[in-house]
Design a protein around this ligand. Structure first.
Ligand SMILES: Nc1ncnc2c1ncn2[C@@H]1O[C@H](COP(=O)(O)OP(=O)(O)OP(=O)(O)O)[C@@H](O)[C@H]1O
Ligand SMILES: CC(C)(CO)[C@@H](O)C(=O)NCCC(=O)O
Length: 388
């Protein structure tokens, strides 16, 4: 497929106020806040959906007085009923099709679906939504979405500098944009080398990703959702749970470039507080020992644990990204996926990791619509397939 679709003209304007997550407790959030405005054009008849391991992302068009806009929404994939309900609402409100009362025979709306759930929930979508479902490849959709955001949307891409201030990057017309590495941090991590328009290879992946942080913090903190976990991390002090070089050396190990403040072992202080300081009877059962250890968990502030794990996972991904980019001879790395969620510490950690490991030879780029590459790519593939 050659992706050079003109269906959204260069005059697109952007209005980004943050990633939008639908929370069933707060219906007011159903008004999406990070839309992309569309120029005046005939109504679109398709919806893009990326059903991932953690989150389902929906991209749909809606009419404005002058033109229209693209809307972006996310719902946890485990809330399947809520996803179906929301799709039905979107179709009824913005596409003039009500799957609950219309037969579907006259309907022209198409669901462009990607992500693992496009396969897993294919039949459910057909039964409930009553629209044809066209599956698009997950990796290809990510690249189509990224290409669109890089080349068509002003102020989409940003970096952070050594003082951690955000800088917008204009690469819309940059002929030297290729090659680059996309590091998509979803439940797991995919690393994709892109060498030209629609020319890409998935070069690596890691199972230590967003699902890992979400899972570990679900076990170790009282946070109810991912945003609460990020808020905990924001105020935490990782030094209370991480073992620093200074804890081991009493000073820095400057000869090999490690300051006293560098993390020697993430969560390295947990062992002592959880096991070494707690005596349990020799004949204690596994359940008793685990119960005692869980009690000791309360000796840690959950904010410190959240920060330590956010650092650990972001650093790990940053380091693998650096190695992979170096192996492929690439100096530009785009980080995307809902894991990032425009969270300052995540962005800083990934950016710092790339600068540190590459000795400033590589650069980390971020996107305002970081979680929507796949769903946007699926959405755009409808028109691209028509143009081909
Ligand atoms: N509201 C949220 N609820 C759950 N996780 C969230 C939320 N916001 C951000 N996240 C983070 O984003 C991750 C999911 O990212 P993303 O939506 O890009 O991946 P996915 O498509 O679900 O996964 P995959 O591509 O691996 O199938 C979660 O694992 C978590 O780390
Ligand atoms: C399995 C996918 C592609 C699903 O999006 C993603 O979660 C992923 O890239 N996981 C990492 C798998 C690995 O390469 O180890």
């Amino acid at each position: 497929m050659s992706y050079s679709s003109n269906h959204l003209s260069n005059s697109i304007s952007l209005n980004v106020k943050g990633t939008h997550i639908i929370d069933e407790k707060d219906e007011s959030q159903l008004v999406s806040t990070n839309d992309i405005a569309l120029p005046n054009q005939k109504p679109l008849n398709h919806v893009g959906i990326d059903i991932g391991g953690s989150l389902t992302k929906i991209v749909y068009s809606s009419k404005l007085e002058n033109g229209g806009k693209l809307n972006f929404e996310s719902i946890e994939t485990s809330k399947v009923e809520q996803i179906v309900q929301r799709l039905k609402e979107v179709l009824k409100l913005h596409y003039g099709f009500d799957p609950d009362s219309d037969s579907g025979e006259q309907n022209e709306v198409i669901i462009m679906a990607t992500g693992g759930g496009a396969f897993k929930y294919n039949q459910l979508l057909l039964d409930e939504i009553k629209c044809p479902v066209v599956k698009t490849d997950e990796m290809q959709s990510l690249i189509v979405g990224l290409d669109f955001l890089i080349t068509r949307i002003p102020d989409e891409i940003f970096t952070i500098d050594e003082h951690f201030s955000y800088n917008s990057v204009q690469c819309l017309e940059d002929p030297h944009i290729y090659p680059y590495l996309l590091v998509n941090i979803g439940s797991g991590v995919s690393m994709i080398k892109v060498t030209a328009n629609n020319t890409f290879t998935r070069v690596s992946g890691s199972s230590v990703g967003g699902g890992t942080l979400w899972g570990l913090l679900s076990i170790l903190t009282a946070a109810n959702d991912f945003d609460e976990m990020l808020a905990l991390a924001q105020d935490g002090n990782n030094e209370n749970v991480d073992l620093l070089v200074g804890d081991i050396y009493g000073r820095g190990y400057n000869k090999i470039g490690l300051s006293a403040e560098a993390i020697a072992a993430s969560m390295g202080k947990a062992f002592k507080k959880i096991t070494a300081d707690v005596k349990v009877p020799e004949d204690a059962s596994v359940e008793e020992i685990r119960a005692r250890r869980l009690e000791r968990l309360l000796a840690f502030d959950q904010k410190d644990i959240a920060k330590s794990l956010l650092f650990a996972i972001s650093n790990n991904i940053g380091q693998i990204a650096f190695l992979e980019a170096q192996r492929c001879g690439i100096s530009k790395i785009f980080f995307a996926g809902s894991y990032i969620r425009n969270h300052p510490q995540t962005v800083k950690t990934l950016s710092y990791a790339i600068k540190f490991w590459s000795n400033n030879q590589q650069s980390a780029y971020f996107l305002r619509h970081e979680g929507y590459l796949g769903s946007l790519g699926a959405f755009l593939s409808k028109r691209a397939s028509e143009d081909a």
